[in-house]
Design a protein around this ligand. Structure first.
Ligand code: HEM
Length: 408
């Protein structure tokens, strides 16, 4: 039997709670060529350069057939209509531009800021629900319901439909990595119902538009036209999924880190605006997305003395890059006061996370409210149990005990 490689060990669930020493070993070489054909890239500078290299493709159709055939059905070219996260220019840029017109500057500079009162109200209500109990699970009771409520609001899903809508999102998110056949079936059923609902909602918004993103997509007269049919659906589903488990993990990894650094938790209670730089450091120190596992190269790419070969899968180790002491001083220290925070947690280049401003705001609001309202919070288990995925890494449950919950 062959010895497990470092990359095998990182994927192994046994190392989920503490992958950091393995990443450090990975960084001793610029590239690791795995027996299955994957190239693993883990140093900060190399990742940064790759993210900005036009030879790096996000389109699974550029994988050689022997690799494309092994993709899980939810990710492969035969799966969902390719959302723009899985496309290259020029198609990627057209779709991304169309979405940005409804999401942020210059056309909608106020879209995210205007959400602040709504975000605060949603979190306050979720925390109210855990008052009166001695313990709660921050994943199930606060972090998990939060992003669905927020994206429903942004897209313009009517309040009375939001519970049903959230029910369709769960099976889709659950089937993201290595789904069982049952999970895949549940995902397909949910996707069908969600698609039907979305197309009907889009039809209503065409004739009675509101101030929401779906109305914007279907009535926009911008240079690239409106989002319609398959493009509309795949984009809506991308917006739902991309901001879900990522945000859940940021909030729960964040709370875990704050409990392990009580001095910083205390600052969150008392220092106005501390949340901004604290969340930035959390993104670096405990990122939600550890690996981009599905990139490939449209041409051979030299990295150091190695060659990443055209058509092979490339595993881009974002979390490892964030702890690379070559570029980030004292990288293993959680230090919200660092003068420059140049983390890779939202990736980089043309696929840089579109939802980053929203994700930051959600985490700032959720963590500040938790810090201010929970009296004497304690972790019930440290480390907590983790989700299976090595890619979207975070606790599957985060039980905390507290003496009381203060009013909002
Ligand atoms: C902590 C929260 C989040 C993290 C860590 C995160 C991280 C990332 C990363 C690493 C990528 C690059 C993926 C790739 O290139 O394959 C990405 C892309 C993307 N994210 Fe996020 N994300 C977060 C929240 C959100 C939210 C809230 C939304 C939407 C409302 C969102 C929407 C997107 C979209 C649409 C893309 C694709 C961009 C493109 O391909 O041009 N994300 N995100």
């Amino acid at each position: 039997m062959t010895q497990p490689t470092l990359y095998d060990q990182i994927l192994d669930f046994a190392n989920r709670a503490d992958p950091w020493p393995l990443y450090e070993q990975l960084r001793t070489r610029p590239v690791w060529a795995e027996e299955d054909g994957t190239f693993v890239v883990s140093r900060y500078r190399d990742i940064y350069a790759l993210m900005h290299d036009p030879r790096l493709s996000s389109d699974p159709n550029n994988l050689l057939p022997e690799f494309a055939d092994k993709l899980p059905p939810a990710e492969g070219p035969g799966g969902m209509a390719p959302a723009f996260i899985r496309t290259d220019p020029p198609r990627h840029d057209v779709l991304r531009r169309t979405v940005m017109r409804q999401f942020g500057p210059p056309h909608r500079p106020d879209r995210i800021d205007k959400l602040t009162p709504k975000l605060s109200a949603v979190v306050a209500e979720l925390i109210d629900k855990i008052a009166g109990k001695p313990e709660a699970d921050l994943v199930d009771e606060v972090a998990y319901p939060f992003p669905v409520a927020v994206i429903s609001e942004l897209l313009g899903v009517p309040a009375e439909d939001q519970a049903t809508f959230g029910g369709w999102v769960d099976p889709i998110v659950n089937a993201l990595t290595r789904p069982t056949p049952e999970q895949l079936q549940e995902r397909n059923d949910a996707m069908q119902q969600l698609s039907h609902y979305m197309l009907e909602l889009a039809q209503r918004r065409r004739t009675q538009p509101g101030d929401d993103m779906i109305s914007g997509f279907v009535t926009d007269d911008g240079p690239d036209g409106r989002l319609e049919g398959g493009d509309l659906l795949s984009t809506l589903i991308l917006l739902l999924i991309a901001g879900h488990e990522t945000t859940v993990n940021l909030i729960t990894n964040g709370w875990l880190t704050l409990q392990r650094h009580p001095d910083q938790l205390q600052r969150l209670r008392t220092e106005p605006r501390f949340a901004i730089r604290m969340v930035e450091e959390l993104l670096r120190y405990e990122p939600s997305v550890h690996i981009l596992p599905l990139r490939t190269a449209v041409d051979d790419i030299e990295i150091g003395d190695a060659t990443v070969r055209k058509g092979h899968p490339i595993a881009v180790m974002l979390a490892s890059g964030n702890r690379d002491a070559e570029c980030i001083p004292d990288a293993d220290r959680f230090d919200p006061d660092r003068p420059d925070n140049v983390h890779l947690s939202f990736a980089g280049g043309i696929h840089y996370c579109l939802g980053a401003p929203l994700a930051r705001l959600e985490a700032q609001i959720a963590l500040t409210q938790l810090a201010k309202r929970l009296q004497n919070p304690r972790l019930v288990a440290d480390p907590p149990p983790y989700r299976p995925s090595p890619i979207l890494r975070g606790p599957i449950h985060l039980r905390i005990a507290y003496d009381a919950v203060l009013p909002a």
